[in-house]
Write a protein that binds this ligand. Structure first.
Ligand code: PHE
Length: 340
């Protein structure tokens, strides 16, 4: 009786194992016949009820069936594993003789982009782009700009002093002086560059940032001329109307001096960390050049006058791209930089 069951079971199992066309079907067959609760195990349990002689005979038969099925199973299993490996090797094959894919092209830093745009605008208006040293003399950074040693304005620009008495320029204004010394009047220059202040770093302050200085010296220059240039500049940058306000501002090197603020483009004026909840961002300090400064640069204030401005390039970039944390700009994170 058991003998027939067993041989039927064997032929069914053989056809399922040999005929399995994937690893899953094979595994199902293994569980059905060879598993701990599978058909062969069940027969094993029933054997206890048999007479000893019959039990020995069936036992032998059962073992033979089991071995047959197991070895077929192993053959099939290693066949599937082999096929899987072959498929992976074919898919992941790398041709080492091919040339490397090459480096991805980089992109210009947003500060560089905005700097170049402004250089283009101002050169079209007859301005020259000039450069100055980042390590400055006290004379160029302060004294020549009408900021004597005891002047409180020195405190407002926390300075990195070098041990030899030089300093890291706290603004691009010393380039005004260098340009006057070098070229005299009339003069139209811009000076983009890096400046340094010993400041606590937070979302809107960095110890290193960028300004763009501008200076125009000619005969009878007025605040109206200055405003014309400032408006051209803002229109070119933002490519739309921005709301501005002009406040009196004090800088020892200009008289009168102004603060040109723009309404915060990140929050639209409702208040955010960049505008310190005020809705306004100081963007463009400017004014008419103080006679003492012209004199420092070797220019006669009786004959010439002019305007100057100091644009916060870093802040401008943040406004333009709605960047809410100044620290992104110098962090070197490619995920940030590749967006530009
Ligand atoms: N140098 C000033 C600063 O960094 C800005 C400024 C430049 C103001 C030119 C007036 C004219 O704060």
């Amino acid at each position: 009786m058991l003998e027939t069951t067993l041989s039927e079971l064997e032929s069914r199992a053989v056809s399922l194992i040999d005929g399995a066309d994937n690893a899953e079907a094979l595994e199902n067959a293994r569980v059905e016949f060879l598993g701990r609760k599978g058909s062969l195990a069940n027969i094993g349990k029933e054997m206890g009820k048999l007479a000893p002689a019959e039990r020995a005979q069936i036992g032998k038969l059962l073992n033979a069936v089991k071995q047959n099925l197991e070895s077929r199973y192993e053959v099939r299993k290693s066949g599937f594993e082999r096929a899987e490996l072959d498929a992976r090797l074919a898919a992941e094959w790398v041709d080492l003789t091919l040339p490397a894919p090459g480096t991805r092209p980089g992109s210009l830093h947003p500060l560089t982009q905005i700097q170049r745009e402004l250089e283009e605008l101002f050169t079209s208006l007859g301005f020259a782009v000039v450069d100055g040293p980042e390590v400055e003399t006290e004379w160029h950074n302060f004294d020549a700009l009408n900021i004597p040693p005891t002047h409180p304005a020195r405190d407002a620009q926390d300075t990195f002093w070098l041990t030899d008495g030089h300093l890291l320029r706290t603004h691009t204004s010393p380039v005004q002086v260098r340009a006057m010394e070098k070229f005299g009047a009339p003069l139209r220059i811009i000076a983009p560059g890096r400046v340094f202040r010993n400041e606590e770093v937070d979302a809107s302050h960095e110890h290193t940032f960028y300004q763009l200085e501008g200076m125009m010296i000619d005969r009878d220059v007025s605040v109206a001329h200055m405003l014309y240039f400032m408006k051209s500049l803002l229109t070119a940058i933002f490519k739309k109307d921005v709301t501005v306000r002009l406040r009196p501002g004090f800088f020892p090197f200009v008289e009168p001096g102004f603060e040109l603020d723009i309404q915060c483009l990140i929050c639209g004026g409702s208040g955010c960390p960049v505008c310190k909840q005020s809705g306004w961002v100081e963007l463009l300090p400017c004014g008419l050049v103080h006679p003492n400064v012209l004199r420092s640069g070797g220019i006669d204030p009786e004959e010439w006058n002019g305007f100057a401005f100091g644009l916060g390039l870093t802040r401008l970039v943040m406004m333009r791209y709605a960047i809410d944390d100044i620290r992104h700009l110098a962090a070197g994170d490619l995920r940030f930089l590749q967006q530009f």
